[in-house]
Design a protein. Sequence first.
Length: 87
Amino acid sequence: MKSIVARQMGVTALPADLEPTDAELDAIEAEMPVVLAEVELLDALIALLDRPAGEFGGRRIRRAHRRVLAARRAAANKAPSPAAAVA
């Protein structure tokens, strides 16, 4: 079996520590409600892929979609405005 290796050095050097910064962790934490709501919507959609959508399935998708919209709205309202960041 042949092994496959890179013949050239990487274009960019990796930093010594690959841990996220505190600012990156805060950004991830701020986005988590949106991510979780989108995962719930995907779960609802995947559950209905192999069967016809009934009343309960449609209700579940609509409810999950409303949660995604509410989470996005809440995240947008929490985000600082660009003018406030400059000042």
